[in-house]
Design a protein around this ligand. Structure first.
Ligand code: NDP
Length: 482
């Protein structure tokens, strides 16, 4: 059986404990590889390697860092097919999605920061005839990056790229549920010529390996993407140690559809924004609010389209809807569907586990895409993050009414608004309590823009120069002129 290894000081290593964790393919429910069950001693080795590499990497010229990272981006592109297949097997997502979104975006993340660092400037402030101030933006040192399972390589690279570009050395942990593409990335880092120890990956459980990273006294910054409860725990551990923290957490995103929208465009995108990656994207719209004038038309057309989405073998190139990531996650999603029914919801389509005809897939984790109506906006189903293929639809009459419903959750990650009224689009977007609003589109990303949520969806912003600011410490130097 294939064994994934830690990547420490440029070497591939077994865990010090000698114990391994089974890695399950969600499409079949079968173990197909093993990962190191790493702990504090492995993290310490990774930290020591990173600390040793830091003086060299932090003083390596921007041009050279950029060259190595651009080579890494090229290698991701050259290995697109293999990485996409690995991500599909590890995560259960359709290979077509991995091939067109996850892996190309991972390549873009690395390339973006390989070039952004060449344009990163620090500030100077002149006090007339008195003094000159300039700001040194210095890399922090050794930083920790922890990422979730839903977009494994995409989110992993989104963190490590700005950290490395700005001269830090990294100790990283991908989700234990989806470790394969991070492992493949470590092989590509060696090929790209990344110096030993600059980037280290420790595989294992969040509560063990992850905890050792966030608790390490010398790891000075943590960039974390994952659930809100985990984020709160990390903040409670890291804040008293004065670590810098960037937390990208959960969401319960509203999709608001006004009756003046371009109906066909809205419908196609709404199917996608509800069920892409089986609804396991933090930015999926899980609460759909539809203005009453088009509610019945929307309901009929949406349910008709969603009913035709049948889960298929994730590695089949034609599959559009795959497996959920794990058995516990599938069970959580099914429990939420039961909760929705007990809260008075009517299941319009889906609502159950799906049993594939293919024998190979019998043990896999499949849930039909599910649409529910008839729930109050404040009920648990409409307030808690399900993170699966379950959406609710709710009619509304006025802008004021839907604004209250949209903003009623503790989360504030993203929102989608469908309208052809430009004034309404501007006014309404500005009133939404979310870090990003998409108007008449979804998941369109410009890597230069700040990304992140408000309220319980996190603190800090990733993307663009925001991430380079996060991964550097400003030091002001003031020189008197006379
Ligand atoms: P988790 O919070 O369970 O885990 C995220 C990562 O943290 C994993 O690598 C996990 O390891 C690790 N971890 C868990 N416990 C600890 C700990 N005590 N100390 C340090 N690390 C720990 O999230 P999921 O992996 O389940 O991801 C889904 C969540 O991520 C959803 O809530 C989703 O909304 C959110 N998300 C947010 C995004 C955003 O940009 N705001 C983007 C994508 C997802 P392990 O896997 O071993 O448990």
């Amino acid at each position: 059986m294939k064994r994934i290894l830690n990547y420490i000081d440029g070497n591939f290593c077994e865990p010090i404990s000698g114990s391994w964790i089974d890695n399950i393919a969600p499409a079949t429910g079968k173990v197909y590889s093993q990962i190191p069950d790493s702990g504090a001693a492995d993290v310490e080795n990774a930290y020591q390697a990173a600390a040793k590499a830091f003086p060299g990497w932090s003083t390596t010229s921007y041009t050279e860092r950029s060259r190595i990272m651009s080579r890494l981006a090229d290698l991701i592109g050259e290995n697109l097919e293999a990485l996409a297949l690995a991500e599909s097997i590890d995560n259960g997502k359709p290979v077509s999605l991995a091939k067109t979104v996850d892996i190309p975006r991972a390549e873009s993340n690395i390339r973006f920061y390989a070039t952004a660092i060449m344009h990163f400037s620090s500030e100077a402030h002149i006090m007339e005839n008195a003094a000159v101030n300039y700001t040194n933006r210095k890399p922090i040192g050794v930083v920790g990056c922890i990422s979730p399972w839903n977009l494994p390589l995409y989110l992993f690279t989104w963190k490590i790229a700005p950290a490395l570009a700005s001269g830090n050395c990294v100790v990283a942990k991908p989700s234990e549920v989806t470790p394969m593409t991070a492992f493949m990335l470590s092989e590509l880092c060696t090929k790209a010529g990344l110096p030993k120890g600059v980037f280290n990956i420790v595989h294992g459980l969040g509560t063990k390996a992850g905890d050792a990273i966030i608790s390490h006294p010398e790891i000075k910054a943590i960039s974390f993407t994952g659930g809100t409860a985990t984020g709160a725990y990390i903040a409670s551990k890291a804040a008293p140690m004065f670590k810098k923290l960037s937390l990208e957490l959960g969401g319960k995103n509203p999709n608001i559809i006004f009756d003046d929208c371009d109906f066909d465009r809205m419908l196609t995108t709404t199917v996608h924004s509800s069920f892409a990656n089986q609804g396991q994207i933090c930015l999926c719209g899980s609460r759909i609010f539809v203005q009453r004038g088009i509610y019945d038309r929307f309901k009929a057309a949406f349910v008709e389209k969603v009913s035709r989405m049948v889960p298929g073998h994730p590695q089949n190139p034609d599959t559009k809807f795959g497996a959920l990531v794990s058995k516990p996650h599938m069970e959580k999603v099914l429990e939420y569907i039961e909760l929705a029914k007990s809260e008075g919801g009517t299941v319009l389509c889906g609502g159950t586990k799906f049993d594939p005809a293919d024998d190979e897939l019998k043990g896999g984790y499949y849930v039909l895409p599910t649409v529910i109506e008839g729930l109050h906006y404040a009920c648990r189903t409409n307030q808690e993050e399900i993170f699966g293929p379950v959406v609710t639809i709710t009619p509304f009459d006025t802008d004021e009414e839907v604004l209250v419903m949209a903003n009623s959750v503790k989360y504030g990650l993203s929102a989608t608004v469908w309208t052809t009224d430009l004034n309404r689009a501007h006014k309404f977007s500005g009133q939404l309590e979310t870090g990003i609003v998409w108007v008449n589109c979804w998941l369109v990303r410009d890597l230069r823009t700040p990304f992140g949520g408000v309220k319980a969806s996190g603190v800090g912003r990733e993307g663009g120069f925001e991430a380079l600011h996060f991964f550097t410490e400003p030091q002001n130097v003031c020189i008197q002129l006379h």
